[in-house]
Ligand binder design. Structure first.
Ligand code: PLP
Length: 426
C-alpha cells in the first residue's frame, strides 16, 4: 500500500468519505485521493514522493503558485505577533483599501472567512436592502453550501426549486428561483412571474463550477439591464473570477457593473478568507451601521489578511501576470484541441483567461444542459492517464483547470505532451 492509501484508510474511519470537502474525493474518477505534503510553484508533491504539475491550485486561490516567498514571508512576519485578537488591526484597513482600489464600483468591504459566507451574507444584504425575499440563480452555478444556494448547484440531480441536498428545507429552497445560464429570456420570465419579489440575481460571471462556461456576448449586460428594469440587485459571485480574470475581476474584464460582489479563494492567498463588497449606501446597511446582521469571530484575521494582501500586492505590482496566464491557458487549449482532433476524440475546450475545461462532447457547451452531455467516463479515464503522467487535474469533469503564473513553458509543454498521450489511449 502506498502512504496515500494508508492515510486514506485511516481517513475514512474518522472523516466522512475520508475528506473535509467532497470535491477532494476521487469518487467521480475512481481511485483514491493523493495526500499532499508540499507545494512549490506549479508543482505539488504527495506522501509517496510523487510529483505533479498542479492545475487545481487549491481550487483557485494559488494564482501565483504554491509557497510564493513574499506571501510566506508576510505570514511569518505577522504571526510572531499573535494569531487573533477579536479587535481591529491595521491590516484589515489596508486590505479593504486594497480591494477598493483594485475592484471597480465598490466603496466598502466586509471580510468574512469563506466564499460560502460571503455569498450568504451578500444575499441577506440584498434581501434587507430591497425588502424582497426571492433570489434568481442559474442552474449549474455554485455559490457555496448555504441552504438557499444548494439548489441547482453544480452536478447534483436537478429539479427546479427542489433542494440538491437533504437537510435543506423546502422553505429555504422556495425562495430560490432557477434560470438558465446564457439565457436572458429565462431570467425575464422569472422576473415577470414574480413582480416586486426578486431581491437579486446572483451569477458567476464566468460559470466555473460546471467546467468553464463563458458568458455569451451581451449576457452579463443583459442581466444588468433586467435588474435595473425590475428593481433587483445584481450580484457577481467572483469567488473564482475575482483577481483572476483581471485585477478588477469580471467587472473590469467584461465592463459590466454589479451592485454587490463576493470574493473568496484568491483574496486569502491560500488562507480561509472571503469578502463581500458594494457601494457605501448598500454596505452601510450591514451591522453595526445598519440592521442587516452579520458577524465573525475570526473575520479579518491578521494572518489571513497578511497572506491575502501580499498576494493582491503582487498582482497589482505585476499586471503582466494576467496576459501571461491567459497565454498559457490558450496554449493548453490549442494543444488539447489539436490532440483531440488527431486522435479522433470528441472534445470541446472552453477557455476564458486562466480558466479552461475540456469537455468530452461534440456539443458546444454554453449552459449546464450542454455541459452534462460530456462523457464523464471518458473524463475519468483521461484524468487517470494524466495523473499517471504526473499532471494533477480536478478529479471531476465539472471543474475548471486553473492555470497559475507559476506554470512555466516547460510545464505547459509537458502537460500538452501528457494530454496527447492520454487522449491517444482513450
Ligand atoms: C468556491 C466557491 C464558493 C464557495 O467558497 P468556499 O470558500 O468554498 O466556501 C462560492 N462561489 C463560487 C463561485 C465558488 O467557486
Amino acid at each position: 500500500m502506498t502512504r496515500s492509501e494508508q492515510l486514506f484508510e485511516r481517513a475514512v474511519k474518522v472523516l466522512p468519505g475520508g475528506v473535509n470537502s467532497p470535491v477532494r474525493a476521487f469518487r467521480a474518477v475512481g481511485g483514491k485521493p493523493r495526500f499532499i505534503v508540499k507545494g512549490l510553484g506549479s508543482h505539488i508533491l504527495d506522501e509517496d514522493g510523487l510529483e505533479y504539475i498542479d492545475y487545481v491550485g487549491s481550487w483557485g486561490p494559488m494564482v501565483l503558485g504554491h509557497s510564493h516567498p513574499d506571501i510566506l514571508k508576510a505570514v511569518y512576519d505577522r504571526m510572531v505577533n499573535g494569531l487573533s485578537f477579536g479587535a481591529p488591526t491595521a491590516l484589515e484597513v489596508e486590505m479593504a483599501e486594497k480591494i477598493v482600489s483594485m475592484v471597480p464600483n465598490i466603496e466598502m468591504v466586509r471580510m468574512v472567512n469563506s466564499g460560502t459566507e460571503a455569498v450568504m451574507s451578500a444575499l441577506r444584504l440584498a434581501r434587507g436592502a430591497t425588502g424582497r425575499d426571492k433570489i434568481i440563480k442559474f442552474e449549474g452555478c455554485y455559490h457555496g453550501h448555504s441552504d438557499a444556494m444548494l439548489v441547482g448547484a453544480g452536478s447534483g440531480a436537478l429539479t427546479q426549486g427542489e433542494p440538491d441536498s437533504k437537510g435543506v428545507t423546502k422553505g429555504a429552497a422556495r425562495d430560490t428561483l432557477m434560470a438558465q445560464y446564457n439565457d436572458l429570456a429565462s431570467v425575464e420570465c422569472l422576473l415577470d412571474a414574480n413582480p416586486g419579489e426578486v431581491a437579486a440575481v446572483i451569477v458567476e460571471p464566468v460559470a466555473a463550477n460546471m467546467g468553464v462556461v463563458p458568458p455569451k456576448d451581451g449576457f452579463l449586460q443583459g442581466l444588468r439591464n433586467l435588474c435595473d428594469k425590475y428593481g433587483a440587485l445584481l450580484i457577481f459571485d467572483e469567488v473564482i473570477t475575482g483577481f483572476r480574470l483581471a485585477a478588477g475581476g469580471a467587472q473590469e474584464y467584461f465592463g459590466v457593473r454589479a451592485d454587490l460582489v463576493t470574493f473568496g479563494k484568491i483574496i486569502g492567498g491560500g488562507m480561509p478568507v472571503g469578502a463581500y463588497a458594494g457601494s457605501r449606501s448598500l454596505m452601510e446597511q450591514v451591522a453595526p451601521c445598519g440592521s442587516v446582521y452579520q458577524a465573525g469571530t475570526l473575520s479579518g484575521n491578521p494572518v489571513a489578511m497578511a497572506a491575502g494582501l501580499a498576494q493582491l500586492q503582487i498582482l497589482t505590482d505585476h499586471p503582466e501576470i494576467y496576459t501571461v496566464m491567459e497565454t498559457s491557458a490558450q496554449y493548453l487549449t490549442n494543444h488539447l484541441r489539436m490532440s483531440a482532433e488527431k486522435h479522433g476524440v470528441n472534445m470541446r475546450v472552453n477557455q476564458v483567461g486562466s480558466l479552461l475545461c475540456p469537455y468530452f462532447t461534440d456539443t458546444p457547451v454554453d449552459c449546464f444542459t450542454a455541459a452534462k452531455t460530456s462523457d464523464t467516463e471518458k473524463y475519468a479515464k483521461y484524468f487517470n492517464q494524466m495523473l499517471l503522467r504526473g499532471v494533477y487535474l480536478a478529479p471531476s469533469q465539472f471543474e475548471a483547470m486553473f492555470v497559475s503564473s507559476a506554470h512555466t513553458q516547460k510545464d505547459l509543454q509537458f502537460t500538452a505532451q501528457a494530454a496527447e498521450e492520454s487522449l491517444a489511449v482513450l
